[in-house]
Design a protein around this ligand. Structure first.
Ligand SMILES: *Cc1c(COP(=O)(O)O)cnc(C)c1O
Length: 527
C-alpha cells in the first residue's frame, strides 16, 4: 500500500515500530499542527497598530439615544492582518477531524458520508430562504417536501403517522413519552414507571426521568438481549411503558420484540423504540409490524444529514394508530385531493383535539427534512434496503476481520447488525480500551465509541456504516490489528499515545467538569 504523506513520513513495512503508526495509518497527520490562541498571536493592545479593516471616522455624531452605547475605549481585539486572521482560523480548522477527512467509526452515533447532493437541495432558495411565519400560499413546496418525507417515514416504518418537529433523537424520545402519557391520561390511567434495559443508550433513562417517570432497569441475557422473562415479571399497572433500542446497543437485533410488545400491551403499557439504529433495518423490517407504538428516527444518522459539530439534528417520531391522536402540533397532512394542509393550533380543537401540545415553536428543521428526503429519493425503496444490507455487511466484515485479535463478546452467537462490539479482554496487563482508542488517533482515525455499552467490560463499539469502501475498511482493520498486537505485547509507547496530535492525554474529568472556555488575559486559567 502506498501512503502518500505530505509531511514526508514513510510507513514501515510489517508491524508498526514502537510508537509509530502502522503501515496502513491514514497518513492524516495534519492534526500535529500546534496553534496558539489568537490573543497570543497578537496581544489586544496591538489593535489599531495593525488591523484587518480600516473604518473611516464617522463624520456625524450619533443620535442622542445611541450615544450612550459609544465605546469609551477600543475593543480588546488582537491586531492581526486579514491574511494572518484567515490563516489562524484555517489552521485551527485543520485540527478538527471530520467525516470529510476520514471515517468516524463511532458506534451508536452512525456518522456516515453526507452526500453533496443533499446539501445542494437544502440550499435551494425555496427551502433555505423561507420563514415559518410566511403566508402558507407562498411555501407550498416546502409543505409538499415535508409531506413526502412524512409519507416515506410512515411507509418505511409501517406506522400511522409521524411527528416531524422534534429536533434530535433525545427530543423525539421526549415527544414519544409525552404521547404515551397523554394517551394514558385520556384513559384515566396515568402511570409512573418506565422500564429501560441495561444496555440502553443514556438518553433513554434520562428522557424518562425528565418526563417525570421513575426508571427501572431490565437485565440483559447472556447473549446481549433483553431478558423477556424479567421484563414480563416486572410489568404491572404502574408501568407506563418500555423504552427499547432495536437493533440494540450491543449491535444485536432484539428477536423477541413482538413478544415484548404483546406483553407490554397486555399489561396496559406502550412500547417506545429507540430507532437511532434504524439504518440497520430500513427496508427490511417495519417497526409497526413489531408492535411498536412510538419510535424516533435520527434523520442525522439513518438518512445522512450532518451531525456532531455539523448539526443540527432532526428526530421525527413515528406513532402507532393508538398514539397518533396525541401527536404534537404543528404537522402537515395530505388531504383526499392530494393537496397538503398544515394543522396548527387554531385548527386543533376541531381537527386534532387530543394533541399534547408542541415540541418547538415552528415546523422543525427544514434543512434536515430536505437533506433526508433527498437521500431517500436518491436511493428509492430498493436502495434503502441496500443501505441496511451494506451497513450490516460492513460491520460483519469488521467483526470477522478482528475477532481473532480482539475479544468479541457476542460473536459466537452469530452475525451482528450494523455495529461490531469488542472488549478489552486479553490485552496485556495494564493495557486498556483507552490505549487502543488513543492509538487510533496516531493512525489517523477518529477513535471508536469506548466503554459503551456498559454491559460489556472495556467495550469498543465500531460502526463502519454503508458509506465506507472495502479498501477504507481494510485500512482501518489493519490499523486495529496493529494496535491490538501492540496492546497485547505490552508496547509501553502505546500507553502515552497519541504522539502525533497537538496534545497527549487530557484530564477528561476536569475537561468535562471544569471546562475553560474563555481566554481571560493574565488571569490564570485555573481561577
Ligand atoms: C444518537 C442516539 C440517541 C440520541 O439521539 P440525538 O439525536 O443525539 O439526541 C439515542 N439513542 C441512541 C441509541 C443513539 O445512538
Amino acid at each position: 500500500m502506498s501512503a502518500v504523506n505530505p509531511s514526508g513520513w514513510r510507513p514501515k513495512q510489517g508491524a508498526a515500530a514502537p510508537g509509530q503508526p502502522s503501515e496502513t495509518a491514514s497518513g492524516d497527520r495534519g492534526l500535529s499542527l500546534e496553534e496558539p490562541l489568537i490573543f497570543e498571536l497578537a496581544a489586544p493592545g496591538d489593535f489599531g497598530a495593525k488591523c484587518g479593516v480600516d473604518f473611516d471616522e464617522p463624520d456625524t455624531d450619533p443620535s442622542p439615544s445611541l450615544a450612550r452605547f459609544l465605546r469609551k475605549a477600543p475593543p480588546a481585539l488582537p491586531g492581526l492582518t486579514e491574511p494572518e486572521t484567515v490563516r489562524h482560523y484555517t489552521r485551527l480548522s485543520r485540527q478538527n477531524y471530520a467525516i470529510d477527512l476520514g471515517p468516524f467509526p463511532l458506534g451508536s452515533c452512525t456518522m456516515k458520508h453526507n452526500p453533496r447532493l443533499n446539501e445542494k437541495m437544502a440550499r435551494l432558495p425555496g427551502f433555505a430562504d423561507i420563514h415559518p411565519l410566511q403566508p402558507h400560499a407562498t411555501v407550498r413546496g416546502a409543505y409538499e417536501a415535508m409531506a413526502q418525507l412524512a409519507d416515506w417515514l410512515t411507509r418505511l416504518t409501517g406506522m400511522a403517522t409521524v411527528a416531524l418537529t422534534p429536533k434530535a433523537g433525545a427530543h423525539g424520545e421526549l415527544c414519544g413519552l409525552l404521547c404515551i402519557r397523554a394517551a394514558q391520561v385520556a384513559k384515566g390511567d396515568a402511570r409512573s414507571v418506565v422500564l429501560v434495559p441495561e444496555s440502553a443508550h443514556g438518553t433513554n433513562p434520562a428522557t424518562a426521568a425528565f418526563a417525570g417517570y421513575r426508571v427501572e432497569n431490565i437485565p440483559a441475557t447472556a447473549d446481549g438481549r433483553v431478558d423477556l422473562a424479567a421484563l414480563k415479571a416486572r410489568l404491572g399497572p404502574d408501568v407506563a411503558g418500555v423504552m427499547i433500542t432495536n437493533p440494540n446497543t450491543c449491535g444485536l437485533f432484539e428477536r423477541e420484540m413482538k413478544a415484548i410488545s404483546d406483553a407490554v400491551h397486555a399489561a396496559g403499557g406502550y412500547v417506545y423504540c429507540d430507532g437511532a439504529n434504524f439504518n440497520a433495518i430500513v427496508g427490511k423490517v417495519r417497526p409497526g409490524d413489531l408492535g411498536i407504538d412510538a419510535m424516533h428516527i435520527n434523520l442525522h444518522k439513518t438518512f445522512s444529514t450532518p451531525h456532531g459539530g455539523g448539526g443540527p439534528g432532526s428526530g421525527p417520531v413515528v406513532l402507532s394508530a393508538a398514539l397518533a391522536p396525541f401527536a404534537p402540533l404543528p404537522f402537515v397532512t395530505r388531504q383526499a385531493d392530494g393537496s397538503v394542509r398544515l394543522i396548527e393550533e387554531a385548527d386543533a380543537p376541531a381537527d386534532h383535539p387530543q394533541t399534547f401540545g408542541r415540541m418547538c415553536a415552528f415546523h422543525g428543521q427544514m434543512g434536515m427534512y430536505t437533506r433526508a428526503l433527498t437521500y431517500i429519493l436518491s436511493h428509492g425503496a430498493d436502495g434503502l434496503r441496500q443501505v441496511a444490507e451494506d451497513a450490516v455487511l460492513n460491520a460483519n466484515y469488521v467483526l470477522r476481520s478482528l475477532d481473532d485479535v480482539l475479544d468479541a463478546p457476542f460473536a459466537a452467537s452469530g452475525p451482528c447488525m450494523h455495529e461490531a462490539l469488542f472488549s478489552d479482554a486479553g490485552l496485556a496487563e495494564g493495557f486498556t480500551t483507552l490505549d487502543i482508542a488513543k492509538g487510533l488517533i496516531d493512525e489517523g482515525f477518529h477513535p471508536m465509541t469506548v466503554y459503551f455499552p456498559l454491559v460489556v467490560h472495556g467495550a469498543m463499539l465500531v460502526e463502519p456504516t454503508e458509506t465506507e469502501s472495502k479498501a477504507g475498511l481494510d485500512r482501518f482493520i489493519a490499523s486495529m490489528r496493529s494496535l491490538a498486537a501492540r496492546a497485547k505485547t505490552g508496547d509501553e509507547l502505546l500507553k502515552s499515545a497519541p504522539h502525533f496530535a497537538p496534545r497527549r492525554r487530557l484530564d477528561e474529568t476536569q475537561a468535562a467538569r471544569r471546562p475553560v472556555l474563555a481566554w481571560r488575559g493574565d488571569v490564570a486559567a485555573s481561577d
